[in-house]
Design a protein around this ligand. Structure first.
Ligand code: DAH
Length: 341
């Protein structure tokens, strides 16, 4: 009897009908009242009791396979028939769903920062990622051999030390001053490159946003007020900023900007290492040497500049603890930002 069951099973599996009528015919022949399966069921009644268990299971499997196969074939042939009724196929059939992606948190943060500064009248400027020494260093008051060049580990293009991957978006300041007479008010997002070992807090590729404002009578007070507005827009109305004296070759005076820690409200916690403050950017008044190197009269004009890492701002705002997450593109990480902005 096992042989008979297996033989019918093989025929069910090999059945390749061309029309729905063939399927129906097959169904009656196999599963109908007087069909082959029922004949086997009759035979089953007569087998020895010790064989019943095993054979019963085989019969059940045969029945289920036959039912499933007939239903599938029926649906396939119906769909094919519908496809043939119009040139475009059956337009009522459900399509294949494409998984929906999301914007990268770095793009979202960049867009948000650009949006805040555009409300203050800034326009977006761009520059090349492969730069020359002049735009990245010399025009920004880094003389040759100046130790400040070591503040940023540079990738040089082999054989030509004049050509390099920009280490900061400050190079776009230079391109803007070359291109345009004051007033200049630009925000410059871009990718930057540094020869650093990759860890949770450093990467050899990351993103910065540079700001530059040059006009008659621009003061440090204007800088401070603009950055306070920015900090409140990004981290919340209750946010305070403080400035600490610092050094950059292209600004004088220079400062580091901190925002009050948005996790502990300034009381001190693990994220702000007990200080109540988080460092977010560097800034300062454009050094007169930089203005004159770029053909702008420092007697007539003054300006301020600032620069920040986009990854860092997003890390502080969203509590991302490992910079490498931004580069791995795991959708479980990326989707968390769908509703964050
Ligand atoms: N270029 C600096 C860096 O990459 C950031 C910076 C500091 C930019 C001060 C500025 C500035 O425009 O004024 O570390």
């Amino acid at each position: 009897m096992t042989d008979k069951i297996n033989e019918l099973l093989r025929r069910v599996e090999a059945f390749r009908p061309k029309t729905a009528a063939e399927v129906e015919e097959f169904r009656i022949r196999v599963l109908g009242k007087k069909g082959e399966l029922n004949a086997l069921m009759e035979e089953f009644k007569t087998v020895a009791p010790e064989l019943k268990r095993e054979l019963g299971q085989q019969l059940n499997r045969l029945k289920n396979t036959a039912l499933e196969r007939i239903n599938t074939l029926r649906a396939e042939l119906q769909n094919a028939a519908a496809d043939q009724t119009s040139e475009a196929g059956d337009l009522t059939r459900p399509g294949t769903a494409e998984p929906i992606g999301s914007r990268h948190p770095i793009s979202l943060m960049k867009n948000r920062i650009v949006e805040v500064f555009s409300r203050l009248g800034y326009t977006v400027a761009d520059g090349p990622e492969i730069e020359d020494d002049w735009h990245v260093f010399s025009a920004l008051n880094f003389p040759p051999e100046h130790p400040a060049r070591d503040m940023q580990d540079t990738f040089f293009i082999e054989k030509n030390p004049d050509i390099l991957l920009r280490t900061h978006t400050s190079s776009i300041q230079v391109r803007m001053m070359e291109r345009q007479k004051p007033p200049i008010r630009v925000i410059c997002p871009g990718r930057v490159f540094r020869n650093e070992a990759i860890s949770y807090r450093a990467h050899c590729i990351f993103h910065q946003i540079e700001g530059l404002y040059v006009d008659e009578g621009v003061s440090f007070a204007d800088l401070k007020q603009s950055l306070l507005y920015f900090a409140k827009e990004i981290f919340g109305e209750q946010t305070a900023i403080r400035m600490r004296p610092s050094y950059f070759p292209f600004t004088e005076p220079s400062a580091e900007v901190d925002v009050s820690c948005n996790l502990c409200g300034g009381k001190g916690c693990a994220v702000c290492k007990g200080t109540g403050w988080l460092e977010i950017m560097g800034c300062g008044m454009v050094d007169p040497n930089v203005l004159s190197a770029n053909g702008i009269d420092p007697q007539k004009y003054s300006g301020f500049a600032f620069g920040m890492g986009i990854e860092r701002i997003a890390m502080l705002k969203y509590g991302v603890k490992d910079l490498r997450l931004y580069f791995e593109n795991d959708v479980r990480f990326l989707h968390q930002f769908d509703t964050a902005f």
